[in-house]
Design a protein around this ligand. Sequence first.
Ligand code: GLA
Length: 381
Amino acid sequence: MRPPLLATTLALMSALLPRPADAGILEAVYGQMPDGRDAKIWTLSNASGMEAKVTEYGAILVSLKVPDKEGKLADVTHGYDTLEGWLGNTSYFGATVGRFGNRIAHGKFSLDGKEYSLATNNDPGGIPCALHGGIEGFCKKLWKGEGFVADGACGVRLAYTSPDGEEGYPGELSVEVVYTLTDDNQLVWEATATTDAPTVVNIVHHSYWNLSGDPSKSINDHELTLHAGHYLPTDPGLIPLGEKASVEGTPLDFRKPTAIGARVEGDFEALELAGGYDHAWVLDAAEPGEDGLFPAARLRDPGSGRVLQLSTNQPAIQFYGGNFLDGTAVGKGGVAYQHRTALCLETENWPDAPNNPKAPSAVLRPGETYYHKMVHAFSIE
Ligand code: GLA
């Protein structure tokens, strides 16, 4: 690895700011892209020992170490040890997905009277769709990163410019993603984008969580709360039918903390179509705080006591229960990730929003700024 000059500068800056001695940021070269370009990695540490690693490849969260009720740190995310591993990431572990995260039916949408065609790279139920930005979406790009240190926090800013026509999307899109680790155990993820021509945007963070810290354990005993009274029923291609439906009386009602495994095998069409939980819930968005965020989800692992509280400014959340994990992906420490050993909580716009007049608009025009914020607040209970 190359001696990190920037890391020395940042360590110096860190020392000048009023922060605990063991908190800070380190930069290193993680590995080389197939074309020879270096991909960097940053290690962010906070006052209580939490540690996040972020790489320029895919603007990916590589790992997140969080204390349990005994103060023991463990990585609570699925992923890979090496850049080479991440280059073969087909599950979107830790990734920043875009330009349009989640699905677009048949890879087609119309904007200002013109039809656009995207590659179809996914076909649940045998029905093709465009998933997570296409064949080579944002999660497969080398971003340009820069570490920073602030009062009570440190982080990484990552930039990527998506050319006009990339993956079939119109307009050159300038994107910035920022990861910030705060001394009060929050991991903040923010995405900002501007365009030079009308386009559609839905940039999504796709970490897979297993709060037990043991990636071979099922997440079925994690308790989940979703601040959502409605979900979006889908067709067999997992494309929302249009209208939202009440969760009342269904296995999709997570308004009270409920073990994920309690109803996942229930006799309910939506669960059968998706092979478990893999749906978008429409967030109640009640009482946004001063920062414009509202509660989205709360996840608790009773064994370790780790709690993740998620808030956002987005209208929906996709809760994906790791149904497609089947042991094929072999990740950190050589662990083969089995069925439902991690789950995703993806705040976002409605899936297929560009084709659904009932959905909040996903259109971004020149002069406007797309802004998506997620706060992952960790605690113990
Ligand atoms: C999302 C989708 C799932 C699946 C995963 C990636 O969360 O909702 O259906 O495609 O990504 O495997």
